[in-house]
Design a protein around this ligand. Structure first.
Ligand code: KIV
Ligand code: ZN
Length: 530
């Protein structure tokens, strides 16, 4: 039966809403934090991908979270996605979400409250009756600030079924328009999921007026299976993240759910708005921003997802790809012809390529910087692949507002020679130089950075990956820095691994500065960055 929803109007029974929580649940996992520019870039990409709801953050969590929700809310017009902010079931959280969402053309207040016996007793220290009352009062307050309110039963999958039914009924009576039952700890099996939602649909008065939603964690590797089982049991909103990132083992991965729906329409006859050829682009952007590539055998977006190694498989695929491929690589954005531009290509061809790769409007400064770097790479590399272009554009776009820029680097190294790095930074437009020796070229470079821009942080991770194959491939380096228990990751790519490492370090440093600015009163900032 169709549902009349405040944000979506008439929702037919075969329509699946994609609620993306990459910027909230995904961003909560260690090492995956993003700065404001990165979140805005990701939000833009998620909208292009066709997600219906973007959970932009947890507005009360920090001034930075508030600013992200507010900026993302400001970004989209009426034809854009619904923007959601999460809060707990108390007035301060809900009012903070409402405030951050004020500029949104389409908004949702998302309220979470634990309903399992364990969480209520140990974490909330509330009785079931108190939780019921809070459900009613929080949703009522939410509805005073937004027509679209989602209520989530944290640890819902481990909650007593009778009590869960009572809470859901209370939330609906108070005006919730989406009811989400998370498998918060990733404990459920697909049959459990199906039973929970069938039970709610059979027992809760008014359930036919709201959208049911599933939010599954992947602790036992069943998040996607549970999500599909939930859909079969009547769920019409699924909560997922790009590359499956999220708390602990992550959330259901958007790309896997979307491709299961597309590939198995026979078993799952549902419609959705996801533009699947954009999936790879979105996955790679997230990997560039966070510095974490997906594993090679990751379904849909792993680099081996469509690779055929054995002779028998290769033979079959050459005769007819459907022998070993259940979906085409193109349907998720893999291109077979990824050889792109050469060193004689001009700015117009470069801009065209960016459009073909799915980049929307890129600011002139970012375009100029990316084009300059493309020329530089084209000079050094025999062939420039789509992946190379994407890596360098993503690099430039997310670094638009960096205060510290790497403007020069020379490294002398060799057998029996103590490596020496000479480097120039631009800090708020002012040039600063550094020169240092070290226990290797990378060490010397990082010491030179600290000399040019003194700071005291611990290096926690240094990882190198290659963007494409071959000895002339670009290296993508991830650097993780720690300051006062706070972790930031920076990324950099270049055909020269040391340059990539320096870019990554400087990127991490910029994130650290942005973090400090967001959390420190202005009078302390000058002292810290002096
Ligand atoms: O896993 C969970 O329970 C959540 C809720 C906030 C929806 O992330
Ligand atoms: Zn979650």
């Amino acid at each position: 039966m169709a549902i009349n929803h405040p944000s979506f109007g008439t929702l037919d029974d075969d329509r699946i809403i994609f609620f993306d929580t990459t910027l909230r649940d995904g961003e909560q996992s260690p090492g995956f934090s993003m700065n404001l520019e990165e979140k805005l870039r990701m939000a833009e990409e998620l909208a292009e991908l066709g997600v219906d709801v973007i959970e932009a953050g947890f507005a009360i969590a920090s001034p930075g979270d508030f600013e992200s929700v507010q900026s993302i809310a400001r970004k989209f017009a009426k034809d854009g996605p619904v923007i959601a902010s999460l809060g707990r079931a108390n007035p301060a959280d809900i009012l903070r979400s409402a405030e951050a969402l004020k500029p949104a053309a389409r908004k949702r207040i998302h309220i979470v409250l634990a309903t399992s016996e364990l969480h209520m007793r140990v974490k909330l220290r509330l009785t079931p009756e108190e939780v019921l009352d809070l459900t009613t009062s929080s949703v009522t307050l939410g509805r005073q600030h937004s027509d679209d309110v989602e209520w989530s039963a944290e640890d819902g999958s481990r909650s007593d079924p009778d009590f869960l039914c009572r809470c859901v009924e209370a939330a609906i009576k108070a005006g919730a328009t989406t009811i989400n039952i998370p498998d918060t700890v990733g404990y459920s099996m697909p049959e459990d999921m199906a039973r929970i939602f069938r039970d709610l649909r059979n027992r809760v008065p008014g359930i036919e007026k709201v959208v049911l939603s599933a939010h599954n964690h992947n602790d036992l590797g069943m998040a996607v299976a549970n999500t599909l089982a939930a859909i079969q049991a009547g769920v019409r909103q699924i909560e997922s993240t790009i590359n499956g990132i999220g708390e602990r083992a992550g959330n259901a991965s958007l790309e896997e759910v979307a491709m299961a729906l597309r590939t198995r329409r026979d078993a799952l006859p549902f419609r959705n708005n996801i533009q699947t050829p954009r999936i790879l682009r979105t996955s790679k952007l997230l990997a560039t921003i966070t510095g974490f590539d997906v594993q090679p055998n990751k379904a849909v977006v792993g680099r081996n997802a469509f690779a055929h190694e054995s002779g028998i498989h290769q033979d079959g695929v050459l005769k007819d790809a459907s022998t070993y491929e259940i979906m085409t690589p193109e349907s998720v954005g893999w291109t077979t012809n990824s050889l792109v531009l050469g060193k004689h290509s001009g700015r117009a061809a470069f801009r065209d390529k960016l459009k073909a790769l799915g980049y929307g409007e890129i600011g002139d400064n970012a375009l100029n910087d990316a084009f300059r770097r493309f020329k530089d790479i084209a000079d050094r590399k025999k062939v420039v692949y789509d992946e190379d272009v994407a890596a360098l554009v993503d690099d430039e776009v997310v670094r638009g507002n960096d205060r510290v820029k790497l403007v020069g680097l020379t490294v002398a190294t060799g057998l029996g020679v103590r490596p020496m790095a000479t480097l120039a930074l631009e800090v708020d437009g002012e040039r600063r130089d550094g020169m240092a020796t070290g226990d290797g070229a990378v060490d010397a470079t990082f010491i030179a950075i600290r000399q040019a821009f003194p700071h005291d942080v611990a290096l926690k991770l240094f990882a190198v990956q290659s963007v494409t194959g071959g000895t002339d491939a670009q290296a993508r380096v991830t650097v993780r820095l720690e300051e006062n228990g706070k972790l930031v990751d920076g990324q950099g790519s270049d055909t020269d691994t040391i340059v990539a490492a320096a870019r990554a370090y400087v990127h991490a440093l910029n994130k650290l500065l942005a973090k400090r600015e967001r959390t420190m009163p202005p009078e302390f900032q000058a002292a810290l960055t002096a």
